[in-house]
Design a protein around this ligand. Structure first.
Ligand code: AQP
Length: 332
């Protein structure tokens, strides 16, 4: 059976981008067709300036929202990265296979490093090595497919390269994974700045729809989305990025196709109104289930405990094999 692994970072409140680009597909498709593992990758949240209490709170919230979005612990394994030591163990071995040049070429590193510097903070070494830890997350489970949004495909490419290199040098140990981006909404853009991704740790709140935003807040954000000059509704990502973003969000929420939807609207106002309502409807059941789960925190904790136990069982033999292959003495 195909093994699928994907994760979400507790660096901020989860967004519509996280949902349409990743979470929804995990819940609606991946957990049914594959042996799927989903992870709250909390170690990755420590790569930038962080508040410990906030990371803990956001980790719990991310796990709860993943369940609220439809992950079923009977069908998939849901766990927290730091509960399974194998991720950090394997990451060190992969650092011994990766190169400094590879790390510095990562687009997300360049963007995040620039942002941290603008904020006046110092850069953590872990921000540079983050893609190696992500490769360890993936390779520890002999993952075949990694369903991620567009922004993460370069990191999955690195995981592939490291798997191939390790296997070539030390003998076949890892499955070589591949990224599987979604057909629509692979990159939901910020409503106030359609040149930038709708990212949960960005500063521009009004352009970001959070999964737990109240319906009126969602409506206000969508109605205030920046649109492009011109009046006609056309789908063109290059020259009309604001309108294209709205059309893609509407398509992802209502099941249509952005080009066809463009032909249906005569004004930006009507497009925004329908997009806002479509987003509100998509978020409604998730928010309802989230409220129910918040009333039962013991359930969420139990799911995570059992998920970590299962994940550990899967990862340990793979990571032990990597330790032996690379030349370390077995401990027993
Ligand atoms: N805007 C987006 N459009 C489509 N997919 C997206 N994803 C994130 N933002 C968008 C996908 O969500 C999954 C989990 O993302 P992540 O938590 O690993 O963080 P990220 O990709 O770095 O996204 P963020 O939200 O922008 O976090 P920060 O701001 O902390 O870096 C991934 O599959 C991702 O592709």
């Amino acid at each position: 059976m195909t093994r699928v692994f994907s994760g979400i970072k507790p660096t901020g409140h989860l967004t519509l981008g996280n949902y349409l680009g990743a979470m929804r597909r995990w819940a609606e498709v991946d957990q049914y067709r594959a042996d799927a593992l989903f992870c709250v990758v909390d170690l990755h949240a420590l790569t930038v300036d962080h508040d410990p209490a906030r990371v803990r709170r956001l980790s719990r919230q991310a796990a709860t929202l993943l369940l609220a979005s439809g992950l079923d612990p009977e069908r998939c394994t849901l766990f927290v990265q730091s509960h399974v030591d194998e991720h950090a163990r394997l990451s060190y071995l992969l650092e011994c296979v990766a190169t400094d040049g590879e790390m510095r070429r990562m687009i997300q590193y360049k963007e995040k490093a620039a942002r941290e510097q603008r904020r006046g903070g110092s850069l953590r070494l872990s921000l540079l090595t983050y893609p190696v830890l992500m490769a360890a997350d993936i390779l520890a489970y002999r993952t075949d497919e990694v369903p991620v949004g567009d922004d993460q495909t370069q990191h999955v490419e690195l995981a592939r390269d490291l798997a191939v290199r390790f296997n070539h040098r030390y003998g076949h140990t890892f499955t070589v994974p591949r990224a599987t981006p979604p057909a629509v909404a692979a990159r939901v853009m910020n409503l106030q700045d359609p040149a930038s991704k709708m990212g949960k740790s960005e500063d521009v709140g009004p352009g970001i729809v959070y999964l737990l935003d109240e319906p009126d807040v969602v409506r206000r954000k969508v109605m205030r989305a920046v649109t492009d000059s011109g009046r006609e509704v056309v789908y063109d990502r290059e020259s009309r990025p604001g309108v294209a973003n709205l059309l893609e969000i509407l398509a992802a929420c209502s099941g249509g196709n952005p080009e066809e939807l463009a032909g249906v609207y005569e004004s930006y106002g009507a497009l925004k109104k329908d997009t806002a309502e479509a987003v509100v409807e998509v978020l409604r059941p998730v928010q309802q289930r989230h409220r129910e789960l918040c009333a039962d925190p013991g359930y969420v904790e139990g799911v995570l405990r059992e998920g970590a136990r299962r994940a550990r069982e899967m990862a340990r033999p793979v990571v032990d094999a990597a330790y032996r292959a690379i030349g370390l003495l077995p401990s027993n």
